[in-house]
Design a protein around this ligand. Structure first.
Ligand SMILES: *[C@@H]1O[C@H](CO)[C@@H](O)[C@H](O)[C@H]1NC(C)=O
Ligand SMILES: *[C@@H]1O[C@H](CO)[C@@H](O)[C@H](O)[C@H]1NC(C)=O
Ligand SMILES: *[C@@H]1O[C@H](CO)[C@@H](O)[C@H](O)[C@H]1NC(C)=O
Ligand SMILES: *[C@@H]1O[C@H](CO)[C@@H](O)[C@H](O)[C@H]1NC(C)=O
Ligand SMILES: *[C@@H]1O[C@H](CO)[C@@H](O)[C@H](O)[C@H]1NC(C)=O
Ligand SMILES: *[C@@H]1O[C@H](CO)[C@@H](O)[C@H](O)[C@H]1NC(C)=O
Length: 886
């Protein structure tokens, strides 16, 4: 991968546990791509169990076995009601909406209604799964792959979504993540993720606009993005300027039309209606995908399905021309998202440096041709990986957010693409509704708006998408009640506030969620003396910590550059560390702000309830546990089985002179043989019903018999080396003693200081003698031992004894001369020293690694990793996540 040289350097200063890996998932209607950012792991896409770089977004059941990806997809032709694909279409879709009808034209799965009026799918055995649950299973599958790579639990995830996803759909994504036992760091629009990937390897000294054209399975979207790198220290800035999309085109619709051709061909030729046969329809769906791929490179293709239905083998030739004719009406739509995106951004093609193609459907010739015709061939860029750019960009973005990885500094500004409107009754008595577009399309995400109301009673603010997002999908998504108004306003009035009002702060979060983040009653109390007097009235028992919270509760103001000098009320001193930030805001005295309660109602398509998520999580965990138990049993059985075969091989009379034979006695072999036969017949009779522990016990019993034999030949192998080691220490101690004794004598004669005393050398000599005596005696004994008898001395004991001698010797060798003269480093390297030197070298290397990440280091800013608390997902705990906070 061309991205590998950019592998992110990870600061290695903190202990490993302080890091949390970040998983990115690009969840498509057809394919899932995933990538995990983990310390020390090369940054790349995750491979699935078949080493493929993408995972088919399908889950299915073959009887009680749950399958994923291609295995699950292939099930459809045999079990058409038990293979669930294209689930992305169904996220947060109302049961009776058009999109669900469309789904039923492309899928053979049975849809049913949930209590939330959304969609669940029904297995042939009657089990129902909500769309969130099925997607959660896929997320959990990916999580497992990621954990295999990262070698640790993975809980933090970034998910890509199409920019047009509504709050309903975003809720459905985040709920599925939670049901999968993870938590969402953020959602990122897929075009934006591609832009992050694009910026990764580039800088933009002069600002550039590019269009990210993404043709996926379920839709086509275009995102106009500005890139600039005004200053290397600031990093690269990416800002989404406009988005366009088309929900009726995309790879799935092309597949559907191609299948229509095949259906027609079959029905005409065989005078049957293949639509009546679910298996046949599923087979044709698969074949349509294959033929479409062939037609991308060839002008004709032959569809062949053996025994499609009624035992008929189906064969039909399809030309690219026929296929394109069947899609004629879509021709004008492929490029339209680009025009829309440019118009929304207030730009023209002239402003755009390139149109970057991504998404699997950009391989389809007629789509390519349409884009070429619309923007000109020279504008088209194929410089990102069409399949992987989004997920890699999302991972980079997530790594930046998690602040634990050193990544290129890229600042992303995204926008909402739907007009979000707030509405409320004009007054308590009136029936007139006031509508105000709070976040028009193109509003920056991560921004807030404050609404001010002159109210004396509780009231409700409704939030709608101004225009329908899709046919049959409601526009209203949220109702927020503001409560406690009457009392709060009355209190403020009593305190002397003139014209108190209610202020509600509405947030459009980075992940695209709209919520009321704060509501207060507020009134300016002009008269200082009254305010002062009333301090006591409010402040009875108020502590300084209350002062701190009051600043949070004060209505957030638009931070206009010039902060007007608000009078700080006596008492409400601002001595928090956030002082600077506070000063920018208008300081609002505590006494004239009262926090109001808000209640949230989901009037149309509610997200999953906390309870619902908990029980979904338990359902999934139960399957996981079952599968893990089955896998363990399977493994225990396989291991036992191959062990039995291996033993049988060892016992085979044909195999003479093997270490096993040489080191075993007749009786031992007989005992093993008996047990082996017994185990084989047990496996044959009970293998299918036995418990995991029984497989383990059977193996254990045999291993106990085999172990002494293995031990013998391991010892025979280890003996020469152990002896060599012992002799080496014997030898070097002897040499040392001779030389040291000479030196000592010479030094004594010359009246020079010595490193050792005579007694020390004598003591060493004694150790040496003891060692030698032992060695002589036992080596002789060992030599008499037969190969199939247990050894009389063990290599471990020989090593331990040599070690005693070594220690005694090294103590003297390392001794420094009393005067400056340097000690001599002998052949006998000081093991301890050596190890510590290596350790230092390693430590240095790692830390310097971290400091010099990559060639364009000037682009880097060091982000000091900070450990973040990870939600405990063990024991069925659901990391409860408030979507508003995303
Ligand atoms: C876009 O191009 C037009 C025409 O060349 C130019 O007038 C305008 O300033 C450009 N806009 C931006 C934002 O670069
Ligand atoms: C807000 O709700 C809490 C808990 O439901 C309640 O105790 C409190 O009185 C309410 N405050 C107002 C101002 O309504
Ligand atoms: C309003 O004032 C009353 C009486 O002082 C007090 O008990 C109550 O908590 C106040 N309510 C609010 C919402 O501040
Ligand atoms: C003993 O060790 C020395 C040095 O490592 C080596 O040259 C020699 O071959 C070894 N002898 C045996 C029997 O292992
Ligand atoms: C120990 O070393 C001495 C002198 O090098 C040698 O004579 C003796 O045989 C050795 N003993 C053993 C058991 O290797
Ligand atoms: C003995 O003395 C010589 C000469 O000073 C020195 O090089 C050698 O290291 C000494 N040997 C020992 C074992 O200390």
């Amino acid at each position: 991968m061309h991205l590998l040289p950019l592998a992110l350097a990870v600061l290695s200063l903190l202990p490993h546990s302080a890091f949390a890996s970040v998983l990115a998932i690009d969840y498509g209607a057809d394919w899932i791509k995933a990538s995990v950012m983990s310390p020390g792991i090369p940054f790349d896409v995750l491979l699935n169990k078949d080493s493929k770089r993408k995972i088919q977004a399908v889950v299915g059941w073959k009887k009680s076995d749950r399958l994923f990806s291609t295995d699950a997809f292939n099930l459809a032709s045999r079990f058409p009601s038990d293979s669930f694909s294209s689930l992305k279409y169904l996220q947060a879709a109302p049961f009776d909406s058009d999109i669900v009808s469309y789904f039923s034209t492309i899928s053979t799965a049975e849809v049913v209604k949930t209590s939330r009026n959304t969609v669940a799918l029904k297995q042939s055995d009657g089990t129902e799964w909500s769309v969130e649950e099925l997607i959660a299973m896929q997320f959990a599958y990916v999580k497992q792959l990621a954990e295999g790579v990262a070698g640790e639990k993975v809980t933090d995830v970034v998910i890509t979504v199409p920019p047009y996803f509504s709050q309903f759909q975003r809720d459905a994504v985040v709920d599925a993540v939670e049901v999968a036992g993870m938590r969402t760091l953020t959602l990122i629009n897929d075009g934006t993720a591609v832009a992050v990937n694009y910026a990764m390897t580039r800088t933009f000294p002069t600002p550039e606009f590019h269009v990210i054209y993404d043709a996926g399975a379920s839709s086509i979207r275009a995102t106009v993005v500005s890139f600039s790198t005004p200053d290397a220290t600031i990093g690269t800035q990416i800002a989404v300027a406009g988005v366009g999309y088309d929900l009726a085109t995309g790879g799935t619709e092309l597949d559907r039309r191609l299948r229509e051709i095949l259906i027609e061909a079959f029905n005409t030729k065989h005078k049957k209606n293949i639509r009546e046969d679910k298996r046949g329809m599923a087979k044709l769906w698969k074949e349509a995908g294959r033929v479409k791929a062939i037609l991308s490179a060839n002008t004709e293709a032959t569809a062949t399905v053996e025994s499609l239905a009624w035992d008929i083998d189906f064969k039909a030739k399809v030309t690219r021309g026929e296929f394109e004719a069947a899609c004629e009406d879509l021709k004008t739509r492929y490029a339209r998202p680009i025009d829309d995106a440019l118009r929304n951004a207030g730009l023209t093609l002239e402003n755009v440096t390139s149109v970057i193609l991504t998404g699997g459907s950009t391989r389809t010739p007629m789509i390519q041709a349409a884009i070429k015709a619309a923007v000109g061939e020279d504008k088209i860029a194929l410089n990102v990986n069409a399949d992987e750019a989004a997920v890699l960009g999302a991972a980079l973005h997530g790594a930046g957010l998690s602040r634990q990885f050193k990544t290129k500094n890229i600042k992303v500004t995204d926008i909402g693409v739907h007009d979000v409107q707030a509405s409320y009754l004009a007054s308590a008595s009136a029936s007139r509704t006031i509508n105000s577009v709070l976040f028009p399309a193109g509003s920056k995400v991560g921004s807030k708006k404050t609404l001010t109301f002159k109210r004396k009673e509780d009231f409700v603010i409704n939030f709608d998408y101004k225009d329908a997002i899709a046919p049959g999908v409601p526009t209203r998504f949220l109702e927020v009640g503001i409560e406690g108004v009457t009392e709060a306003i009355a209190n403020l009035t009593e305190l002397g506030a003139s014209d108190p009002v209610v202020k509600a702060t509405v947030k459009l979060s980075e992940s695209g969620f709209v919520s009321v983040s704060n509501a207060v009653a507020f009134g300016e109390i002009k008269d200082e003396s009254i305010a002062g007097k009333l301090k006591g009235f409010f402040g009875a028992g108020s502590s300084s910590s209350e002062t701190d919270t009051s600043s949070e509760n004060s209505p957030p103001r638009e931070t206009t550059g010039s902060s007007s000098e608000a009078a700080t009320p006596s008492g409400a001193t601002n001595s928090t560390p956030e002082k600077e930030k506070e000063e920018k805001k208008k300081v609002v005295p505590k006494d004239n702000t009262i926090t109001l309660n808000t209640t949230v109602v989901f009037p149309t398509i509610p997200p999953m309830s906390t309870e619902g998520k908990k029980s979904a999580r338990s359902r999934l965990r139960a399957i996981d546990l079952d599968e893990a138990a089955v896998a363990r049993k399977e493994e225990a059985r396989n291991t036992l089985e191959s062990y039995l075969y291996r033993l049988r091989d060892l016992l085979d009379p044909e195999n003479r002179d093997t270490p096993f034979k040489q080191c075993s006695q007749d009786g031992e072999r007989k005992a093993i043989g008996v047990k082996l036969d017994e185990s084989f017949s047990w496996l044959h009779d009970h293998g299918d019903v036995a418990e995991t522990s029984q497989f383990l016990d059977k193996r254990n019993a045999l291993e106990t018999l085999e172990r002494p034999i293995i031990h013998r030949y391991k010892e025979i192998e280890a003996f020469p080396q152990a002896l060599n080691n012992s002799q080496m220490w014997n030898w070097s101690t002897r040499l040392f003693l001779e030389e040291a004794t000479q030196n000592l004598t010479a030094e004594a004669a010359a009246d020079l200081p010595s490193k050792w005393t005579k007694d020390e050398l004598l003591a060493l000599e004694k150790s040496l003698k003891e060692h030698e005596t032992w060695l002589n005696e036992w080596v002789e004994k060992q030599k008499k031992v037969q190969m199939n008898e247990d050894p009389v001395i063990e290599s471990t004991e020989m090593k331990a004894r040599a070690k005693v001698l070594e220690t005694a010797l090294m103590k003297l060798v390392k001794r420094k001369v009393p005067k400056a003269a340097k000690k001599k480093k002998e052949t006998t390297t000081a093991t301890e020293e050596a190890t510590s030197t290596v350790a230092e070298a390693v430590a240095e290397e790692t830390s310097s690694d971290a400091d010099t990440p990559e060639a364009d280091a000037k682009e880097e800013t060091t982000i000091i990793p900070t450990p973040i608390p990870t939600a405990d997902t063990e024991g069925g705990q659901v990391p409860v996540q408030n979507h508003d906070e995303l």
